[in-house]
Design a protein around this ligand. Structure first.
Ligand code: SF4
Length: 242
């Protein structure tokens, strides 16, 4: 019997593409990227507004996505967004990829838990106060700013995500030294991480000049954290599909 399309697990997808991972511990690794359309946050500086503020995409069956990842032949898949963890069929996609022998990275803000997930690298990016869309013209009533502020840090969920998978990282987008006390305070409240998992990435969609990021380098050196380069920005600029 042909399955009813309504029963077929599917995900809203903004884009899929093959590129090199631009951020984090697996920087430079050729990967198949799968970006869901939809997010439970609204960062003011979001660099993928087509997957958050104005989500655009089409529903695609999980089986098709697994087949595409297998055909890509690169052995690594990055499930990103938007916020992939708010979509239950992500668990089926992760299991399908793992069954195909593909290494799975999940990129998430770390505010939601999902049962049944398979993940080799849990890549969290907790959102600091610098992300709240204060006085953003896309949020004229301020409703999203309020929601974002309530949701952006979920220490219990974050700790569970960090402790539940073989490898993990915490990527923080930073805009000024004023962000450091907030990071220190958050890290003091969560478990399941080591200094080697913490990565600071200067905010922006261009390659930063060395002077402007000297304080980031110094913070990493003094705390045993990693400096997070954005290789894809250097290689391709801020363009979709990279
Ligand atoms: S969590 Fe990520 S996708 Fe969602 S608004 Fe923030 S930067 Fe954009």
């Amino acid at each position: 019997m042909t399955p009813d399309p309504a029963d077929t697990p599917s995900l809203p997808i903004s884009e899929t593409f093959v590129s090199v991972q631009g951020e984090g511990k697996l920087t430079g690794v050729a990967s198949w990227f799968c970006r869901v359309a939809g997010c439970n946050l609204r960062c003011g500086w979001c660099d993928t507004p087509y997957a958050s503020w104005d989500p655009v995409g089409e529903k695609r069956p999980v089986a098709d996505l697994v087949a595409e990842a297998r055909d890509a032949g690169v052995g690594h898949a990055v499930l990103t967004g938007g916020e992939p963890m708010i979509f239950a069929p992500l668990a089926q996609l992760s299991r399908g990829l793992a069954d195909a022998g593909i290494h799975v990275t999940i990129e998430t803000a770390g505010t939601a838990w999902l049962d049944g997930l398979v993940c080799d690298l849990m890549s969290t990016s907790p959102k600091l106060a610098n992300s709240t869309p204060t006085d953003d013209p896309r949020d004229p009533t301020g409703a999203w700013a309020k929601r974002h502020e309530q949701r952006r840090l979920q220490p219990e969920t974050l700790s569970r995500l960090l402790a539940s998978f073989p490898d993990r990282q915490l990527k923080f987008v930073v805009t000024s030294p004023a962000d450091l006390p907030e990071i220190d305070a958050l890290l003091a409240t969560i478990t399941g991480w080591s200094a080697d998992d913490v990565i600071l990435m200067p905010e922006g969609v261009t390659v930063p000049d060395p002077e402007s990021i000297a304080w980031v380098v110094e913070a990493c050196q003094s705390r045993g954290w990693r400096y997070g380069h954005r290789l894809h920005i250097q290689l391709f600029g801020n363009t979709r599909g990279t």
